[in-house]
Design a protein around this ligand. Structure first.
Ligand SMILES: Cc1ncc(COP(=O)(O)O)c(C=O)c1O
Length: 509
């Protein structure tokens, strides 16, 4: 009897073998037909049969049917089998006793502050074969990626590229390169991420000057102006464009103008704003900006697109002191990301970069303005639904960033329990409040591929039913009706605008 037949006899049927190994029946049927179990299953078979079918039998049988081609193995020596029969096999000391099988995450609807769901095209691209990061094909792809990023940032900045690391690394990269010990830096803080900027200034040996605004309110340009007048010689002004902790959008264009009036460079956090709201780097004169791949770019986390003006590059190149981080030293990284040179700096995360290329291509295909309009449309519908449930927004409509919607949790409702139930019963993830807003608000993201009408409707009906189940006074269905009405009204407005346009030009587009 071969090993497959022994397995079928042991468990009673092919179906039962498939169940025990968590396999499709067709796979087991294929084993039966071919008369052997593939070698990679050897340890699993021994484990599941509690040693009744030994791994070494599977290996020997599989090897005789489909020999392993290991060039360095001397003829006749089966090193795997030799290793496996030894009772004191020392490598097992490090094996966890629990059975581990491949990881298959559940399907979730991601409507929190990021990460977002990833478009199937991006996922497919990410699973393409690995290539070297100096491979000419990869280098060509990187050039395209940089130009797609320039489009997304609306800039001609030559130094526009993705840093290997999350948004926090992008933030640190800007400060490490642009802040020297003793520099005065104004940080405008109106939420969590402004606080992190202050940390960065301190760690670079700079002197932070804090311009404080309330959480949920935009950065006040007048306060910035006052601080610049009071503190001459400020080198850098830093602020968060869209504060993810509250969903407030500040007026980046005006803040940059104020900073430049006083001769300061600007660092702008566009982690949540890029591709969700307009970010016009050249038009607004932003000197340095960083973002993150997992928000409105809707890619896998772990990459931080940055862009630097010519002036910043010149400033960093002229710095006499040694930049306090080897990995983040702009001068060293220029050799890898520069247009003409390609020298080893670090091993680039190639497949993640393939994915970012595809994610940016999707944005290019849709068109930036259409992306912004889509986010705005679904925000309007979501807002109508949430307000129909009686929920109140944290941020005034004029400063609301549409991709990050923060609403107060109603009195008497267990905030964390609602999120937990949404995840366990509806597979829906939303965000919690941070810092002083922890336990007080929910955050609903409408970013990238997650920003879709089906997600808006699922979110409203799931939240309505969970709140009603918990005894909160909401009418299930009201929110969906309000969102539908909002969509209908937007469609009507769009249709009327199209008619007017047609009448004006005499052509239907
Ligand atoms: C505004 C802002 N800045 C910086 C970060 C840090 O990004 P990451 O989590 O990718 O390090 C985040 C993350 O949510 C953010 O929202």
């Amino acid at each position: 009897m071969n090993c497959v037949e022994r397995l079928v006899t042991l468990f009673g049927s092919q179906a039962e073998v498939a169940r025990r190994f968590r396999l499709d029946r067709a796979v087991v049927n294929h084993w039966v037909k071919s008369g052997y179990v593939p070698a990679r299953w050897a340890m699993e078979v021994e484990h599941i049969t509690a040693g009744q079918v030994a791994a070494v039998d599977i290996l020997n049988e599989a090897t005789s049917r489909k020999p392993l081609r290991l060039k360095s193995r001397p003829d006749g020596e089966n090193f795997l089998a030799n290793a496996l029969v030894r009772s004191d096999y020392s490598m097992d000391k490090f094996a966890p006793s629990q059975r581990i099988s491949s990881f298959h995450p559940p399907q979730r609807t991601l409507m929190g502050p990021g990460p977002t769901e990833i478009h199937p095209r991006v996922l497919t691209t990410m699973s393409q074969p690995a290539i070297g990061y100096l491979d000419p094909v990869f280098v060509e792809m990187m050039e395209e990626l940089k130009s797609l990023l320039r489009y997304t940032y609306q800039t001609h900045n030559a130094l526009t590229f993705p840093i290997s690391g999350p948004g926090s690394v992008g933030m640190e990269y800007c400060f490490v390169n642009m802040v020297a010990p003793g520099d005065k830096v104004i940080v405008c803080r109106n939420g969590v991420f402004g606080g992190r900027m202050i940390e960065n200034v301190e760690r670079c040996g700079g002197t932070p000057i804090i311009v404080e605004d309330k959480w949920g309110e935009p950065v006040d340009p007048q306060k910035l102006e006052d601080a610049l007048v009071k503190n001459p010689g400020v080198r850098v002004v830093a602020f968060v464009h869209a504060e993810t902790s509250t969903g407030v959008l500040s007026d980046a264009k005006t803040l940059v103008q104020v900073a430049h009036k006083h001769g300061a460079l600007t660092i702008v956090d566009t982690v949540t704003s890029l591709a969700g709201s307009p970010v016009l780097v050249d038009e607004w004169g932003i000197d340095a900006a960083y973002s993150a791949s997992q928000k409105c770019l809707s890619c896998t986390p772990g990459l931080s697109p940055v862009t630097f003006s010519e002036e910043v590059v010149k400033y960093v190149q002229a710095r006499k002191d040694k930049i306090h981080s080897w990995f983040m030293d702009m001068n060293l990284l220029l050799g890898y990301w520069g247009e003409t040179t390609r020298t080893y700096h670090h091993t680039a995360p190639t497949n993640s970069l393939f994915a970012l290329h595809e994610a940016l291509l999707l944005i290019r295909e849709e068109g930036l303005e259409n992306c912004w309009a889509r986010v705005h449309r679904h925000h309007t519908a979501l807002k109508a639904g949430l307000e129909a449930m009686g929920l109140k927004f944290l941020v005034q409509p004029a400063y609301q960033t549409p991709q990050m919607n923060a609403v107060y949790c109603p009195e008497g409702v267990n905030e964390a329990e609602v999120r937990k139930t949404l995840l366990s019963e509806f597979g829906l993830e939303i965000g919690a409040g941070l810092g002083p807003l922890a336990g007080k608000i929910w955050r609903f993201g409408l970013m990238g591929y997650s920003c879709r009408p089906d997600n808006v409707m699922l979110c409203l009906s799931a939240l309505g039913s969970v709140l009603e189940d918990m005894g909160h006074d909401v009418h299930v269905g009201d929110a969906e009706a309000a969102a539908h009405a909002a969509y209908a009204s937007m469609h009507t407005t769009a249709a009327q605008a199209k008619l007017r346009q047609t009448a004006k030009t005499g052509t239907a587009s």
